[in-house]
Write a protein that binds this ligand. Structure first.
Ligand code: A2P
Length: 280
């Protein structure tokens, strides 16, 4: 249920007063916002402190909420930071009238974010059988788990080449991942490992750009392979991860299956995995 709180109540430090009214359940961490950056009027990232005992696998998601109600609204958020980061990063859409994001988009450093203690998810390296090239296919904020995985050295131990694909409506929405990949190549710790083994292929659908079209269409028409010089997807060597809207998941899954890939899970690794945060 959505409570009628003003945005100001929980976006300011006055949220201490609501904190007194709403105790923190045992299965939840209350963490402090350390950084917020708005990319567009629809997209922002934020970072929170990380509890010392909190462990997760890169690519997993966690339920997050705000301390603005006795029964806060929680939503599944992919963790966008890697396991070694001392903070936790999230990348979020702002849904107009969305019970959580309407308030979440107003957070500022110093505010409190609630995070359930148990991470989970299907977009993990363990759910894939070994391969040579890993495709990370995303639309919109679906790129978040891949922001975690491309900063995890294990990804580079397991795969020779990583191809991150993100389709967004317009160019500004590609900023988060584009800047991250640029910085990663220069990173003193992981830059050398990343080298030229990480490829980023961004496309837009609603604003003119060097590469246009939905990733589904680009893959099935073969235009993606012409543009990148990569060979067509081959189930012998290629692996996939998919994250986006429900429709995108369904359509992209069909595309990978047409190339002969098979969906895997934590308990049954195979050649591709689909984000299952919103199902079951
Ligand atoms: P389009 O502009 O053609 O709808 P959104 O911001 O609405 O979540 O969409 C993010 C991007 O995902 C947009 O570029 C959108 O393209 C694209 N998209 C939407 N649905 C699908 C789908 N079923 N398969 C592939 N891409 C999709």
């Amino acid at each position: 249920m959505e409570l009628k709180h003003s945005a100001e109540t929980h976006s300011s430090h006055a949220s201490g007063s609501s904190a007194a009214r709403f105790p923190i359940p045992e299965n939840v961490f209350a963490q402090t916002v350390t950084e917020v950056r708005h990319f567009t009027d629809r997209l922002f990232k934020f970072r929170i402190t990380r509890p010392a005992e909190f462990r997760f696998r890169s690519g997993e998601f966690i339920m997050i909420g705000l301390r603005n109600a006795e029964k806060p609204v929680y939503r599944a958020y992919s963790i966008a930071s890697p396991f070694w980061d001392e903070e936790i990063e999230f990348y979020s859409i702002k849904v107009p009238g969305g019970p959580l994001t309407e308030h979440l988009q107003k957070i500022v450093p110093g505010d409190t974010v609630l995070m359930r203690k148990k991470p989970t998810g299907t977009l993990v390296l363990d759910a894939l059988v070994p391969g040579k090239r890993l495709y990370m296919l995303s639309t919109g904020t679906g790129v978040a788990p891949f922001a975690s995985l491309i900063r995890d050295p294990e990804t580079y131990d397991k795969f020779e080449e990583i191809v991150v694909v993100q389709t967004c409506r317009d160019v500004a929405e590609l900023t988060y991942i584009t800047e991250m990949v640029d910085q990663l190549r220069e990173d003193p710790l992981i830059g050398e490992l990343v080298g030229d083994r990480l490829r980023l292929h961004t496309t837009t659908t609603r604003e003119p750009f060097a590469r246009m079209g939905r990733i589904t269409d680009l893959l099935s028409s073969g235009r993606f392979f012409e543009q990148t010089g990569l060979p067509p997807i081959d189930p012998e060597v290629d692996r996939g991860m998919i994250c986006g809207s429900m429709d995108m998941l369904k359509d992209t899954k069909a595309v990978l299956e047409a190339f002969g890939l098979v969906e895997g899970a934590n308990n049954a690794p195979a050649t591709f995995v689909v984000e299952r945060a919103f199902v079951g």
